[in-house]
Design a protein around this ligand. Structure first.
Ligand SMILES: [Zn+2]
Length: 403
């Protein structure tokens, strides 16, 4: 089953909004109504925690809008549906930011795209992922097009939340809001078992330990290196009590993150460079070749800059996720300490969290959580990872009464 309705089956609230909107949109395209009414809007902000599937929802929404099946909206079989779902539809521009921020230039370009008429389907659709990365000027640059989009254009922006820290309040006020909640643990278990062949037990642990983040759960259940990294960061909570071992472990951990980023980036970077060089005429023998190459240094250095930013971003994202894992372990310990009856995030590390609950006071555990939060903040403002993590270890040692 690949219909839009089946893709969104686990989040009925989202499915219903999307299908109602697409139904109205279709009536408008067919000239059956003149106004879009309440169900459909030209500008949407789709929010939800990372991994909840907000971009999946945006793409499914786009498919429902472009679908050409006369009966089933978002049929999943027609050319339009297939192309949108494969991220290859001519009338759907899907912007996935590569760097830490979305620049005003990118948004000026988007504005031009938004003004074009659709060519093969009913709508011109712009999806902007991670719209929380819009810089102030970039958000201002699209304010007008979001406020009064061309009649055939739909703009969907995805962000973690509509908190003013995450999304421009001015833009927010001009958009219809659609919230995508986390999927249930059961849904993730079913998905991972079907998709990866994992055992239900492993799938359940991955779903819980990832905080119901589908992408991370999938990664955790299929990638032994990810399992190892998770164990390393969680064991740090134990090594804190053993002299300098925590510092040694953190150094090893940072190295493994560097390797992960390298593995993920090297091939992609090389392929991008090759493509750029080809488009610049490198390797050709024609008269114009040397001339083209003379002017290409700037383009290559731009690409290298983008790639470097992407590596940094990846590294920080991996570190942040690892620190969230560690924070959840201290939270588990705190829950055990106060006797709260809640699902632990790391049930397979219950031995360690109950040990922490016994050894460290409640206020000490809160201070450990604060130390992790502070390290996350430091990393987000470009403090070097080694400095941030070493500082965190020092503070956790203090909080745990280790001198
Ligand atoms: Zn279709």
């Amino acid at each position: 089953m690949n219909t839009v309705a089946s893709r969104l089956a686990d989040i009925p609230a989202v499915r219903d909004v999307v299908l109602a909107a697409a139904t109205t949109a279709r009536a408008k395209v067919r000239g059956e109504v003149t106004e879009l009414g309440n169900a459909m809007a030209h500008a949407w902000i789709i929010t939800g925690p990372p991994g909840s599937g907000r971009s999946v929802a945006a793409v499914a929404f786009a498919a429902a809008l472009q679908c050409s099946d006369p009966v089933e909206l978002g049929c999943g079989r027609c050319r339009n549906c297939l192309d949108v779902l494969a991220d290859a539809h001519t009338d759907v521009l899907h912007i996935v930011p590569k760097g830490l921020s979305i620049s005003i230039d990118e948004m000026r370009e988007m504005r031009k795209e938004a003004a074009k008429l659709p060519t093969v389907a009913g709508w011109r659709i712009i999806i902007i992922e991670d719209a929380d990365r819009l810089t102030g000027p970039a958000a201002d640059a699209i304010l007008k097009v979001v406020e009064e989009p061309p009649a055939h254009t739909v703009i969907m922006m995805c962000a973690p939340s509509i908190d003013p820290d995450d999304f421009s309040p001015t833009l927010r006020s001009r958009c219809r809001h659609l919230y995508v909640p986390y999927p249930s643990v059961e849904h993730i278990v079913d998905l991972l078992v079907a998709e990866t062949g994992a055992t239900p037990e492993d799938a359940r642990l991955a779903a819980v330990a990832s905080g119901r983040h589908i992408g991370r759960a999938r990664h955790l259940v299929t990638d032994p290196a990810a399992q190892k990294r998770r164990a390393t960061i969680l064991n740090l909570a134990e090594l804190i009590f053993h002299r300098d071992e925590a510092f040694k472990a953190s150094t090893a951990f940072l190295k493994s993150v560097d390797k992960q980023v390298k593995d993920l980036s090297d091939e992609q970077d090389a392929a991008e460079l090759e493509k750029l060089e080809r488009s610049l005429g490198k390797g050709g023998r024609g008269k114009g070749t040397q001339k083209a190459m003379d002017g290409s240094a700037g383009a290559i250095s731009d690409l290298e800059k983008t790639q470097k930013t992407r590596r940094n971003r990846r590294k920080r994202d991996f570190l942040d996720l690892a620190l969230v894992d560690l924070a959840c372990l201290y939270r588990d310990a705190l829950m055990l300490s106060v006797g709260a009856d809640v699902q632990l995030t790391h049930p397979d590390f219950e031995g360690l969290s109950s040990d922490l609950a016994e050894r460290v006071s409640e206020s000490g555990l809160v201070a450990c959580l604060d130390a992790v939060t502070q390290a996350r903040e430091h990393i987000s403002v470009n403090v070097t990872p080694t400095t941030a993590i070493d500082g965190m270890i020092g503070r956790i040692r203090l909080a745990c009464g280790v001198s």
